[in-house]
Design a protein around this ligand. Structure first.
Ligand SMILES: *[C@@H]1O[C@H](CO)[C@@H](O)[C@H](O)[C@H]1NC(C)=O
Ligand SMILES: *[C@@H]1O[C@H](CO)[C@@H](O)[C@H](O)[C@H]1NC(C)=O
Ligand SMILES: *[C@@H]1O[C@H](CO)[C@@H](O)[C@H](O)[C@H]1NC(C)=O
Ligand SMILES: *[C@@H]1O[C@H](CO)[C@@H](O)[C@H](O)[C@H]1NC(C)=O
Ligand SMILES: *[C@@H]1O[C@H](CO)[C@@H](O)[C@H](O)[C@H]1NC(C)=O
Ligand SMILES: *[C@@H]1O[C@H](CO)[C@@H](O)[C@H](O)[C@H]1NC(C)=O
Ligand SMILES: *[C@@H]1O[C@H](CO)[C@@H](O)[C@H](O)[C@H]1NC(C)=O
Length: 407
């Protein structure tokens, strides 16, 4: 996001929106907290359909699986709210009474090749004796739940760990000796977050830009596969540190520190993450997932914004929001420096931004609550950021599988 120095209104407006957005994230975190206190393919030698060449055409151009369109899929999702037991209440749209079901019947179709559906049996066989983790924020949790739901059709996952807030979790698939975890580290870097017992921030976040988060780096050596993602937490007001010295901030209007913008911190941290991964003696396969867009329309989360569309967009029908453009630009540029040219085959981009942008119909909206309109037309909070389960995020696993095949 470009901040134009000669347009103070623009700067202030953006700050305002970002601040509100940060509050929304906090709100989501908070409601998760409250919810808890209240309720206590492939592989090997199979013919890979990832090449764009046809039998008569020997150019063997690689197919970009992230470019394509959503096409009708009568088969629908492979699991339901009945068969899967790990769907978070706020993303359990069918159970929560979402009336339309059309959003469940689409699959991602790359422009130049076929994308096979995720095959849980093949995946689990491939993962024998392996360990896999998702690192990041609540969207990563969203994603891991999709994966667990799919895999549980073959073998029921056994939860073997959760932290106090149920933010980090680990599951075992005993007969495959496979462990799958989600590691809560929303900034990926050392962050001092001041929260009272209700999860309300009492002071600005302190972000240490050159000390990666211990939560995930300490476990890295034990992992074979890692999906890492940054994201919207970087929009929060924060004080930036380097070598334990304050170097600036983001959004800290009352203090006379240099406002470096969230882009500064995001770039630094992504850069450090890639350095860590490519420089580590431990060789894991790492997927970096790009930013995930929200679809609040006609307002933001706090001002009546909604996502009540029921079909996907066609390409070109929608523009990405500034924040996502800025984040994705940083992600692609930093990735290009280390992994883009195939220098490091163990680091791949899981570039879900564009295809997710086309799915305004895949969010819980008001159905983050159980039957939100049951008591008449009371005001309900919408969620147009996380994804319904089942929902479009399931296709991220189809893509992961393809990347695995290519490794
Ligand atoms: C080979 O396939 C590519 C991609 O579909 C296409 O652009 C190209 O024209 C084809 N070449 C020939 C000789 O058919
Ligand atoms: C699944 O959703 C349906 C439809 O809302 C509901 O009737 C059913 O009780 C749900 N099942 C579970 C286990 O929550
Ligand atoms: C998994 O580990 C067991 C015990 O070490 C070994 O016998 C088996 O061959 C391994 N399987 C794979 C696929 O590596
Ligand atoms: C499970 O996998 C781990 C890590 O590869 C291996 O050390 C262990 O021997 C395996 N256990 C069994 C029972 O296969
Ligand atoms: C922090 O320390 C590193 C390594 O000593 C150095 O390269 C960097 O310039 C320092 N940053 C600041 C802001 O002092
Ligand atoms: C903040 O502002 C005060 C008063 O304007 C000034 O004395 C102080 O040096 C400033 N601090 C920094 C870190 O710029
Ligand atoms: C969707 O929301 C907009 C306002 O954001 C409203 O004008 C429209 O009527 C809604 N459509 C449906 C089908 O509810």
């Amino acid at each position: 996001m470009k901040v134009e120095p000669n347009n103070p209104f623009l700067v202030r407006k953006q700050r305002h929106v970002l601040l509100k957005f940060a509050l929304f994230l906090l709100f989501i975190a908070l409601s998760f907290h409250i919810f808890l206190s209240v309720s206590s393919k492939l592989i090997s030698s199979s013919p890979l359909q990832i090449r764009a060449h046809s039998p008569q055409n020997d150019t063997r151009a690689e197919c970009d699986i992230f470019v394509g369109e959503w096409v009708a899929d009568p088969a629908g999702p492979s699991y339901t709210n009945e068969s899967c037991h790990v769907i978070e209440a706020h993303q359990n749209c069918v159970r929560n009474g979402r009336p339309d079901t059309g959003y469940l019947y689409w699959r991602w179709s790359p422009k130049d090749c076929e994308l096979p559906k995720f095959d849980p049996r093949k995946f689990l066989n491939l993962m024998r004796n392996k360990s896999w983790a998702f690192v990041g924020d609540s969207i990563q949790r969203n994603h891991v739940q999709s994966l667990v739901c799919t895999l549980s059709q073959v073998e029921e996952a056994v939860e073997i760990y959760h932290d106090e807030e149920y933010r980090s979790k680990k599951w075992s698939f005993p007969s495959h000796n496979f462990t799958l975890s989600v590691i809560w580290d929303p900034f990926l870097t050392k962050a001092v977050i001041f929260e009272d017992i209700n999860g309300i921030s009492s002071s600005d976040v302190q972000l240490h830009l050159n000390k990666l988060g211990e939560e995930w780096t300490s476990q890295y050596k034990d992992l074979d596969y890692v999906v890492i993602a940054g994201g919207k937490w970087f929009l929060k007001t924060a004080i930036y540190y380097e070598n334990d010295t304050v170097i600036g901030c983001h959004n800290c209007l009352v203090k006379n520190l240099t406002d470096l913008g969230f882009e500064y911190a995001y770039r630094k941290v992504i850069n450090r993450v890639f350095d860590f991964v490519t420089g580590s003696n431990h060789k894991a396969f790492v997927f970096f997932r790009t930013t995930t867009p929200d679809h609040f329309e006609n307002g933001e989360w706090f001002s009546g914004g909604q996502c009540n569309r029921t079909v996907p967009f066609k390409g070109g029908e929608v523009d990405m929001k500034d924040v996502d453009v800025a984040m994705r630009k940083i992600e692609l540029e930093e990735f290009g420096k280390v992994g883009g040219s195939g220098k490091d085959q163990s680091l791949k981009l899981l570039d879900t931004t564009q295809l997710s942008l086309l799915r305004p119909d895949g969010h819980p909206g008001p159905y983050r609550q159980f039957h939100p309109f049951a008591d008449g037309n009371k005001k309900v909070q919408t969620d147009c950021l996380h994804w319904c389960l089942p929902g479009p995020i399931d296709s991220w696993n189809d893509l992961l599988m393809q990347l695995l095949v290519q490794m």
